[in-house]
Design a protein around this ligand. Sequence first.
Ligand code: SER
Length: 311
Amino acid sequence: MKRILVTGATGQIGTDLVEKLIEVYGDDNVLSCSRRERPENWVGKHYESLDVTDAKRFFEITKSFAPDTILHLAAVLSAVGEDNPQLLWDINVNGLYNSLEIARELDLALFVPSSIGAFGPSTPKVGTPQTTIQRPTTAYGVSKVAGELLCDYYYKRFGVDTRGVRFPGLISYKALPGGGTTDYAVHIYYDALKKGSYTSFIGEGTYMDMMYMPDAVDCIIDLMEADPSKLIDRNAFNVSGMSFDPSDMEKSIQKFIPGFSLDYDVDPVRQAIADSWPDKMDVSAAREQWGFDPKYDLDAMTKDMLEKLAE
Ligand code: SER
């Protein structure tokens, strides 16, 4: 990877990722694209407003920047997607289709995040295997499975170098997540500092995979730099840094803010989504095929999140 175009660059992942890409590959070689106008103080010098469903403009921008890789992050998340499944399909599937076609025509590598949302209630919940039943019950999940299959197809049929991971809930402090089910695990740190308490919309005992953003960013770069001959799974690798429920977070935060308290006001929509997702995935395929090795556990993440947010 030498010259990179990032879609959805101003989102939760993109905001951290672009900074790291600039550090590693140089400001000249990173183009940030987002539906938004260029935010004030945006880090990179190359920026384009782009709606990924606009195939013509997407193609022209890509051709003119001449990257070797697209990191395609533009997507609608799970909770927002249940409110507007039509918009979700358009962005998550048609936007990805445009990316795949551009990668095919211009011979580019393509990274696409899938998600724990690509699994459903009939998937084994604990030790969820790399290859298993994928019958999700959310619009988001359906779009992610379609995306995984499309990536597989473009690799096998056209030789496009597609790579991806199934991200768990991602926790970070630079940009907020945009309406997902795992967002409670971000909001809790903000409220811990502001109010000393948090009301969780996800119930006690609901375990989900999670990861701290520095590990997620490394994960994208490491996978894209991996030796392609070692990669057996082209749709998306299970990745996770930890698995916890809200009460585990409460205990972790109390180690740093002793008076912190947690109560619950469960949102039935997001709870049903969380209940349909795995508790803890098996990440051995990612470890074996490209050396996935996350650094942060829950307490290390809590310490860093609280310090960074306090600043
Ligand atoms: N964080 C995402 C969501 O909750 C899962 O991929 O929608």
